[in-house]
Ligand binder design. Structure first.
Ligand code: CAA
Length: 389
């Protein structure tokens, strides 16, 4: 029996900030961001957008009409809004899912989306009648004027995991690498990530090598068995570095780095979305590949700082194209409102609520759900009446 991704859809914020404007504000050559880092824009969450609304917006088109048949919701994030309650329970309510549903939040940096996906596959293997909704949702935030600032962004991806999937059958072998390192982390008292940037890129690349070698050992596959590669994308240049390292480890120059192009298109204009970024890269491949991907194998490299890494593979299913939500992705990306530097600063400052005060958000989102504010320490969510959908 095959198990994997039956539907996939992503959502991002309704605002976008151009990295050329950030370069001007920071007196940096814009080529550093657009060429050196490989990013053109970052999505910027509005006052009424957070990981819950992004996650619910990502999931809505794939659960609409099937609300009663979701058996579990696994919510992966590293920008959690509560230390106790799962963000997934807010999403469960917004989507109107059946109360006979298992909901939990998972964490390990950018890796937990993959942990959730593999756990969902395990749950369906035990009971093939089950449908498991995986949501990975994050807002990537670094200190203003720090090197990480240009690699911010946000987004959420939702994946429905089922037996006999329509889009991707996930294969059973994984290569793993776990090591206790401090390359990137966020202590409870900080609302921005702490990062040793150059070291984090080195650990990412070393982890890729170890996870790949393990994957090869357990699967018996060689690099030429895989037609497409999707890498975790903190910024798109990282995928090029990763692919160059993989080719070097395998002493080959195929598939060429240019073959990654379709996987990078969306992330170039969304920015980092931590747990979601690998899978937004996969959506980018599905939506933007020129050729028919049916029956082709995709290799996925998931990396979570700290660190846990996994290399796994999947086979694209015949007929996958009819199940894609390409138009929804492209419309949402092009409908984003471009913000200027003062608005970027203002939104950055209102993103995090750490003072315990009541808060009422101004309407900004174009999505179907909004974070309306905080009252008596409780986060409040609602349908967005002004949305066109
Ligand atoms: N034109 C073209 N290229 C230019 C340029 C110009 N004018 N100026 C600089 N560059 C190039 C540099 O040569 C460099 O290229 P290489 O990496 O190929 O050498 C690139 O632009 C970046 O320049 P710097 O190395 O000087 O950049 P920096 O030190 O200011 O910041 C960064 C880069 C370390 C990635 C920083 O953005 C950062 O800390 N980001 C957050 C951490 C991160 O994303 N780490 C990735 C691995 S960890 C992970 O993947 C988990 C996660 O999601 C966070």
């Amino acid at each position: 029996m095959q198990i994997g991704i039956d539907r996939i859809h992503f959502a991002t914020a309704s605002q976008a900030f151009d990295l050329k404007d950030l370069a001007e504000a920071r007196s940096v050559d814009p080529d550093k961001y657009t060429i050196g880092i490989g990013q053109d824009k970052m999505s910027m969450a509005g006052e009424d957008e957070d990981i819950v609304t992004l996650g619910a917006n990502a999931a809505l088109p794939i659960v609409e009409g099937h609300e009663g048949s979701i058996d579990a919701l696994l919510f992966a994030t590293e920008s959690s809004v509560d230390q106790s309650k799962s963000a997934g329970v807010h999403v469960h309510e917004l989507l109107g899912l059946n109360s006979r549903c298992r909901v939990v939040e998972l964490k390990h940096a950018c890796y937990s989306g993959t942990a959730a996906l593999q756990m969902a596959v395990g749950m369906v293997a035990r009971n093939p009648k089950q449908s498991v909704l995986v949501i990975a949702s994050d807002i990537a935030r670094y200190e203003l004027e720090s090197p990480g600032e240009s690699t911010q962004g946000c987004g959420a991806v939702a994946m429905l995991v089922k037996a006999n999937p329509s889009i991707l059958a996930i294969e059973p072998d994984s290569g793993l690498h776990t090591q206790d390192v401090m390359d990137f982390w966020r202590p409870n008292y900080s609302d921005t990530a702490m990062v040793d940037g150059k070291y984090s890129a080195k650990v990412y690349l070393d982890s890729l090598k170890h996870a790949w070698l393990h994957f090869q050992e357990v699967s018996g596959m060689v690099i030429s068995d895989i037609q497409h590669f999707c890498y975790h994308l903190p910024f798109t240049k990282m995928a090029e570095k990763a692919h160059a390292r993989l080719l070097k480890v395998n002493k080959t120059d195929h598939p060429k780095i240019e073959s990654l192009k379709a996987t990078l298109q969306y992330n170039r204009i969304v920015g980092n979305s931590y747990t979601a970024s690998l899978y937004i890269g996969f959506c980018s491949l599905l939506d933007n590949a020129k050729e028919d991907l049916a029956n082709q194998r995709v290799g996925f490299f998931s990396y979570g700082s700290g660190c846990v890494a996994e290399f796994f593979s999947g086979l694209i299913q015949p007929g996958y194209k009819e199940r894609l939500l390409t138009e929804s992705h492209q419309n949402a990306l092009s409908a984003r409102r471009t913000i200027d530097y003062p608005e970027y600063l203002a939104l950055y400052k209102t993103q995090h609520h750490s003072d315990g005060q009541d808060f009422e958000s101004r309407p900004m989102t174009q999505g179907q759900f909004r974070f309306s504010g905080i009252k008596d320490h409780k986060r409040l969510y609602e349908r967005n009446e002004s949305s066109e959908g």
